[in-house]
Design a protein around this ligand. Structure first.
Ligand SMILES: *Cc1c(COP(=O)(O)O)cnc(C)c1O
Length: 417
């Protein structure tokens, strides 16, 4: 009888190089403060699903209608994810197979539109997303997107202008939702505007899905024909996405996701989505999301006290955009200086933008990730002071490096990543 010696298969033994890079990056997270509005730290339960044997499985199709054998149990997993998604958001139908937010939006456009159709979407430079008709995205290349935006003075969404644009262009679809808009979106109003021109309405809640699940932002589900969302942002699940829709559109949406644009579902992710929806139904999740919003408000107030301008004058949700049009430096400059101090953000365009997208005149801050680590409003006040000091002179490297110690002290008070 031959004995085969099993070699160690753990990451550290197989590939110490990648293992070390991952460990160092994890340490970086723990020692810094992550204010990237689209990022969040998923639970170990979610990560366990992602690292499970489910990674192996092919199951093209949908539960009880697959093109492969051996799917009985993954059918149960996907069905659980679907049922929980519907329950969590009060939706008639859920597709949990979308690989990420961009392909989810693509699936909806492919299902509802013909190439060349007119669509209204929010302007990218005022907070919209690439997939809402940017010329560098498939969305702007396949469809005739017309962009609406915010009132130049209040910097709040201008629904009257949106209604006028709808009358003028008679779109087939209105897309509402944003990546960098800090105010509540009035879904009912968007529905009325869509109805006034016989357009369909898609809500893209990629950023605010967690807030909506917890009831701290109104839900578009009663009003929109289709709702798309990522699962990895405020919802705190695995990287991936989901499409919710009315029953009448269920068949078209499902067929467009598979076989229309995707192959086999990523079942490890689907299992992780099921866990994420379960977590989002717990009372602690509501407490968490309320803290996310409270932290964003506290940060906005602190930054304004420190002399910084915030787009729209503040925030009602999990993010805010600092506007630097009154300063002699760019969003990129400030974001880089903040990184040197250990505060991780992303640059952002602002209404009335004068700089290129790779430079910008804004910096976006979001509180989901830092709140998952246990940050509260008094941490936010300290962060606001640090940011305000850096913003006085981002080129002052000595001051920035001194602030780094203060940031590490705050990071040390929070749970490790
Ligand atoms: C993040 C985001 C997406 C895209 O998600 P990816 O998973 O990065 O493809 C789509 N729409 C909005 C509004 C987003 O913020």
């Amino acid at each position: 009888m031959s004995v085969v010696m099993r070699k160690p298969t753990d990451l550290q033994s197989v590939d110490p190089e990648v293992a070390e890079l991952i460990a160092r990056d994890r340490d970086r997270h723990s020692r810094t403060l992550n204010f990237i509005a689209s990022e969040n730290y998923a639970s170990q339960a979610v990560l366990d699903c992602l690292a499970s044997h489910l990674n192996v499985k092919y199951a093209e199709g949908y539960p009880r209608a697959r093109y492969y054998q051996g799917v009985g149990l993954v059918d149960d997993i996907e069905q659980l994810a679907i049922d929980r998604a519907k329950q969590l958001f009060g939706a008639e139908h859920a597709n949990v197979q979308a690989y990420s937010g961009s392909p989810a939006n693509m699936a909806v456009y492919f299902a509802l539109l013909k190439p060349g159709d007119t669509v209204l979407g929010m302007d990218l430079s005022q907070g919209g997303h690439l997939t809402h008709g940017s010329p560098v995205s498939f969305s702007g290349q396949f469809y005739n997107f017309v962009h609406y935006g915010v009132d130049p003075h209040s910097e709040w969404l201008d629904y009257d202008a949106l209604a006028d644009l709808a009358q003028q262009h008679r779109p087939r679809l209105i897309v509402a939702g944003a990546s960098a808009y800090s105010r509540i979106i009035d879904w009912r109003r968007v529905r009325e505007i869509a109805d006034s021109v016989d357009a369909r309405f898609m809500a893209d809640i990629a950023h605010i899905a967690g807030l909506i699940a917890a009831g701290v932002h109104p839900s578009p589900v009663p009003f929109a024909d289709v709702v798309t969302t990522t699962t990895h942002k405020s919802l705190r699940g695995p990287r991936g996405a989901m499409i919710l829709c009315k029953q009448a559109l269920a068949r078209d949406i499902d067929r467009t996701v598979f076989p229309g644009i995707q192959g086999g579902p990523h079942l490890a992710s689907v299992a992780a989505k099921a866990v994420c929806f379960h977590e989002a139904m717990q009372p602690e999740f509501r407490t968490y999301q309320q803290q996310v919003v409270d932290n964003a408000s506290a940060l906005a107030e602190g930054l304004m006290r420190g002399g910084l301008q915030i787009v729209s004058g503040g925030t009602d949700n999990h993010l805010l955009v600092v506007k630097l049009l009154d300063r002699g430096y760019s969003g990129r400059t400030l974001a880089r200086a903040l990184e040197s101090a250990g505060i991780i953000t992303s640059m952002s365009t602002v209404p009335g933008e004068t700089r290129k997208p790779a430079v910008t005149s804004g910096v976006r801050f979001g509180t989901p990730a830092i709140t998952t680590r246990g940050a509260n409003t008094s941490h936010m006040q300290r962060v606001a002071q640090i940011v305000s000091t850096v913003a006085e002179d981002p080129a002052d490297e000595l001051a920035v490096s001194r602030l780094r110690a203060e940031v590490e002290a705050i990071a040390g008070e929070l749970s490790a990543v």
